[in-house]
Design a protein around this ligand. Structure first.
Ligand code: FES
Ligand code: FES
Length: 170
């Protein structure tokens, strides 16, 4: 017979220990295999800077950096990233200094509600590291997976272009 206890036992068997380095700090939690990286960050580690927009890979709000590359955390199972290094918006500033992109977003007034901003900044860091975009239109194209419902896109691209130039990618 299927009892509460047997159900619980079954659930427990489906959990595994997951270890990653998050923003430079090793973290381990027991997690079910179907938990997305986005839910893992927000609900298991209380890192709520990474935002859930569509939860379907269509808005970019959940973008984080995994082993140096930008990824959509809503489309990634947490268990797939065992042993990885993850950087979220909470880990971007260093020693009390804003990351240049954070500063550029402030300087260019590149947000209104701010909901898309963590994903925009993580995505831009990944995009600049890829080194593929040389022109404004290429930056626009490679950032097109990050939507801004407030219409701050022009200022967002201005902010990214500033940092892009500083990084010698233009
Ligand atoms: S929440 Fe992941 S792409 Fe929208
Ligand atoms: S600032 Fe509101 S969604 Fe982009």
């Amino acid at each position: 017979m299927h009892t509460y206890e047997s159900g619980l036992k079954e659930e427990m068997q489906h959990q595994s220990e997951l270890s990653m380095t998050i923003n430079g700090v090793p973290k381990s939690r027991t997690v079910k295999p179907w938990v997305s990286l986005l839910d893992y960050l927000r609900e298991y580690l209380d890192l709520t800077g990474t935002k859930k927009g569509c939860d379907h890979g269509q808005c970019g709000a959940c973008t984080v950096i995994c082993d140096g590359k930008r990824i959509l955390s809503c489309l990634t199972l947490a268990v797939m990233k065992e042993g990885s290094e993850i950087t979220t918006i909470e880990g971007i500033a260093k020693d009390g200094e804003l990351h240049p992109l954070q500063q550029a977003f402030i300087d260019h007034d590149a947000f209104q509600c701010g909901y898309c901003t963590p994903g925009q900044i993580c995505s831009a860091i990944g995009m600049i590291a890829e080194g593929k975009a040389k022109t404004r239109s290429e930056v626009k194209e490679l950032m097109s997976g990050n939507l801004c419902r407030c219409g701050a896109n022009t200022n967002i691209i201005d902010a990214i272009m500033d940092v892009q130039k500083g990084a010698g990618n233009e």
